[in-house]
Write a protein that binds this ligand. Structure first.
Ligand SMILES: NC(=O)c1ccc[n+]([C@@H]2O[C@H](COP(=O)([O-])OP(=O)(O)OC[C@H]3O[C@@H](n4cnc5c(N)ncnc54)[C@H](O)[C@@H]3O)[C@@H](O)[C@H]2O)c1
Length: 354
């Protein structure tokens, strides 16, 4: 029997994924769906057992008082939505990455979720893919020895991809805290996007356990020839004293270990990754293990991302944690030159206009 009533806000791509998989899980009942676009609501509701629908998230949340407030809107209204989730008394708030676009809004989100006891989950769900799991298990079992470096590469821009790269690589490193970040950025085109970002950002992170993080995200990143599809050309992994292990979002994984070479298949697919992600919410609500995509983990990655933006705009190493609010995107708008981005892949020209 369903134990938890869910309201899902935003019936676009990710909202529909979430609502579909809450509806498919016996622990949850979708009692409401919301979108400012009524046409999207009508289309979605019939596949979800015809829950209540509405275009005003605050009004619907107040009326339904859901156990789970889930929102999958675009990234510019995070604190507004979090406030609705906190105010309606939900036991769990589930929302999409990135945590926010700037530390100013991120710190507002953090203050709100810490204002009363509420479980919070951020959707870094790629980790449920078998290839991500295999890499994590290989590293955790000590097969690559003592790790000294973690890394992530993607060609999509930062507000889409950087928090994924950072989150999974920090998972490979047991979420050791980051001490500082130093980064550089180039390209202004995506600063005007709804997923506002520099076109290319690359940087280094020092983690408390001595491990170094190295990240490149955007149009200047190196190719990931293991993967064909542009959005799937992401490499995340770890190097240790006895080898390395890495996952390719769109095409499997590979490890060179002290016992030989290991590899396997796997490709990021929402229908594959969402059931476990949703089930872990039910388990956490039932009093079981903390969700692996809990806010604490997402926040740790968000600080690295904001630290990288600050470093690129200010020309310095940035110490973490972040305590003061800033608008890192405005800082980048002031600091970055208008020189066109030098893209690595021909396919990237259509996105970065270079
Ligand atoms: N985790 C992942 O793998 C993954 C993949 C893609 C996108 N995302 C993230 O998911 C989020 C949503 O992306 P998407 O691709 O689903 O976007 P989308 O544009 O398809 O959907 C957003 C929906 O929100 C609705 N909306 C906007 N403002 C609203 C409001 N105030 N109240 C109610 N509804 C509102 C829009 O009408 C739209 O239907 C983004 O933050 C994006 O970064 C995550």
């Amino acid at each position: 029997m369903a134990r938890y009533r869910v309201l899902v806000v935003g019936m676009g791509k990710r909202g529909k994924h979430h609502a579909t998989h809450f509806h498919a899980n016996a622990g949850f009942e979708v009692v409401g769906v919301c979108d400012i676009d009524p046409a999207r609501l009508a289309e979605a509701a019939s596949a979800l057992g015809n829950p209540r629908t509405g275009t005003d998230a605050a009004a619907l949340a107040k009326e339904l008082k859901p156990d789970v407030f889930c929102f999958c809107t675009l990234p510019h209204i995070r604190s507004e939505m979090i406030r609705i989730g906190v105010d309606c008394g939900a036991s769990l708030i589930a929302f999409e990455k990135p945590v926010a676009l700037t530390s100013r809004e991120g710190l507002e989100v953090k203050a709100l979720v810490e204002s009363r006891p509420v479980k919070v989950v951020v959707s870094h769900q790629h980790r449920y893919g078998p290839h991500y799991q295999a890499v994590r298990e290989t590293i955790a079992a000590g097969r690559i020895g003592k790790i000294h470096t973690v890394y992530g590469i993607a060609h999509g821009w930062a507000a889409h991809m950087l928090s994924h790269l950072i989150d999974y690589s920090m998972w490979f490193n047991d979420y050791s805290k980051a001490r500082w970040v130093m980064a550089q950025a180039a390209g202004r085109r995506k600063l005007a996007d709804v997923h506002a970002s520099p076109d290319y950002v690359g940087g280094f992170v020092q983690f408390e356990n001595g491990v170094r993080g190295v990240y490149e995200c955007g149009g200047g990143a190196p190719d990931v020839p293991e993967v064909q599809r542009w959005w799937g050309k992401n490499r995340m992994g770890a190097v240790g004293s006895e080898g390395y292990a890495e996952v390719y979002t769109g095409n499997g994984w590979k490890a060179v270990t002290k016992d030989g070479i290991l590899s396997g298949e796997g490709a990021m697919a929402y229908d594959q990754d969402m059931p476990g992600y949703i089930q872990d919410m039910a388990d956490w609500l039932d009093g079981g293990k903390v969700h692996p995509c809990c806010f604490e983990n997402a926040w740790a990655g968000f600080e690295v991302m904001m630290g990288a933006y600050r470093s690129a705009a200010r020309g310095s190493q940035v110490a973490l944690p972040i305590r003061d609010a800033a608008d890192e995107l405005d800082e980048l708008r002031s600091a970055l030159s208008s020189a066109p981005l030098q893209v690595t892949l021909e396919e990237s020209r259509k996105e970065y206009g270079a």
